[in-house]
Design a protein around this ligand. Structure first.
Ligand SMILES: Nc1ncnc2c1ncn2[C@@H]1O[C@H](COP(=O)(O)OP(=O)(O)OP(=O)(O)O)[C@@H](O)[C@H]1O
Length: 337
């Protein structure tokens, strides 16, 4: 459905040059649901805008839905739906008029665009809102209207640029339910961007991690976590010998163990105020390893006073790949905004 090679976009303003996208190669097969994940400014939107033919690449090629975006932009646009970051609807228009106008824009006959509009109003639970103006809708309703507008031409391929940004958790979950339902109903391929880690983890079958205009990883969330991150066991152990703790845990996660990992005793092995040593153990299958670790410590005469297994996250993946936390960047930017 999508094949891009060496996709590059450089913006020049005066003396400033921004290399927004630097040589992206990507293939998306029919029916896939792919999420582009990356921090603000990583190049996600720019990549999407090139793939939808809205922006001419500086270099590289892309074939989308069978047509070259550079030479056949009209054919590409006819086959895709694009839901951008801004709100697509005219604020003072009524919901129904917005949908009908979109149908006219695609050259549909009145009977057809009316039928499609009613179907989408029903499918996206916009019933009863047809006569409301766009500006009177809630954030979640507006986003659902955006999805409806993007689907009026029954596209085989749908692009969504940060569909759930700014929505509260309930509205996000609801929007996702609708996106998944629309995908089943219309058998679409979906490419979206997000900087919500949990969203990419839960919903996407494939996550393309993008940073500084380049793809730095591309796999299922599970494979990314397996490959690039560890689960962590967080233990508190009564005792004052970091060496004894390391030796005991080495049998569980040491170099010869079935799941080798790393045992870290921070603070130079100095016990905390409660007399316990805080220990972090990087490993795979953390939940399974936890009882083994506690048992190994017990056999070495050490008492565990607290224990928790934390599953690897996509943020750990990003951190291990870039040395930066996506979660922290998002928080910093939210505070700055
Ligand atoms: N029209 C433009 N002119 C100049 N620079 C631009 C333009 N559009 C994007 N950029 C820059 O290109 C880089 C990539 O931007 P892009 O919007 O693709 O990132 P993004 O990953 O989608 O970020 P966000 O999550 O904030 O939407 C940024 O440094 C941005 O400032």
């Amino acid at each position: 459905m999508i094949r891009a090679r060496g996709l590059t976009k450089t913006f020049t303003r005066g003396k400033d040059t921004v290399e927004a996208v630097r040589g992206v190669d990507i293939d998306v097969a029919e029916g896939e649901l792919v999420a582009f994940l990356g921090p603000n400014g990583a190049g996600k939107s720019t990549t999407l805008r090139m793939l939808t033919s809205l922006l001419q690449p500086t270099a590289g090629t892309a074939t989308v839905a069978g047509y070259d975006v550079g030479t056949h932009p009209a054919q590409v646009r006819a086959r895709l739906g694009f839901i951008g970051q801004g709100n697509g609807g005219g604020f003072s228009y009524q919901v129904r008029d917005e949908l009908h106008n979109q149908g006219r824009f695609y050259g549909l006959a009145p009977a057809e665009y009316k039928r499609r509009a009613s179907d989408l109003v029903e499918a996206l639970e916009l019933g009863g809102l047809e006569k409301r103006t766009v500006q009177s809708l809630s954030g979640g309703q507006r986003r659902r209207l955006d999805v409806a507008l993007g689907l009026m031409n029954h596209p085989p391929l749908l692009f969504l640029d940060e569909p759930s940004t700014g929505l509260d958790p309930h509205a996000r979950a609801n929007l996702w339910e609708h996106i998944v339902a629309m995908r089943e109903r219309y058998g679409m391929t979906i490419v979206l961007t997000t900087h919500y880690l949990d969203e990419a983890d839960d919903m996407a079958e494939r996550v393309v991690v993008i940073d500084h205009g380049q793809i730095i990883a591309d796999a299922s969330p599970e494979a990314l976590k397996r490959e690039h991150a560890d689960d962590v066991l967080a233990l508190t152990v009564r005792g004052d010998s970091a060496e004894a703790v390391r030796a005991a845990l080495g049998t569980v996660v040491g170099p010869d163990a079935p799941h080798p990992g790393e045992v870290t005793v921070p603070d130079g092995g100095t016990p905390a105020a409660d007399g316990g040593l805080r220990v972090r153990v990087a490993t795979t299958h953390g939940a399974d390893r936890l009882p083994e670790a506690i048992e190994a410590l017990r056999l070495a005469g050490l008492t565990t006073t607290s224990a928790a297994a934390r599953q690897a996250s996509l943020d750990d993946v990003f951190l291990n790949l870039t040395g930066r936390s996506l979660r922290e960047e998002a928080t910093t930017q939210a505070v700055a905004a």
